[in-house]
Design a protein around this ligand. Sequence first.
Ligand code: ZN
Length: 233
Amino acid sequence: MRLAIISDIHGNIEALQQVLIRIRNEGVDSIACLGDIVGYGPFPNECIDLVRTECSTIIGGNHDAGAVGTVSSGEFNKEGKIAIEWTRTQLTPENRQWLMDLFVSTSVGEVTLVHASPEEPEKWHYVSTWQLYERSFKHFETRFCCIGHTHIPAIVSPDRSIRGYVKGQRHIINCGSVGQPRDGDPRASFALLDTDEDSASIIRVPYDIAKTADAIRAAGLPEFLAKRLSFGI
Ligand code: ZN
């Protein structure tokens, strides 16, 4: 199975469109979306519509839960809270219901899919250090686990001494963020996993950052949310 994994789109339709074009060119069997389709960005409904059309497996993230009120807006930082409350006013009734019905984890063949952490998916832990990756390996049964949430891409095997993909090993793959990367590289991020070839990679895709930043300003969302996109923070 050749699987594309996308996550943390955050209402950034420009980035999502460019990533989907690239995925089409790569040729995959299916696309999985790990959630946070909305929040921070100016196009929540457009992103939901496109994800629903293009992705065969979709789970929800903490911002999706925030946008429908199952997570309190007080759980987010200042700008995140403003954006969540704005997103609540934008969602169509159909998209709101659709977000409410999303699960927080699932599996496809040899791949566990979760937004935050396989340990307690509904608690939205950040897997952000080697120790937390190591601990996470104990909390899924499959060969692979794909995660998002931190917006920092990574391909991690249980062997600490080796960086990147190791054939024959189990892996946790953080696909990074489509719509708000935070690793200092502002290009959209997604992952490709080929379970037959036993390979995985992180792919970066440029998109029109200025256009999304202008739309964030036009929506009246905080300036920081526009600015951070060009720095990848
Ligand atoms: Zn996110």
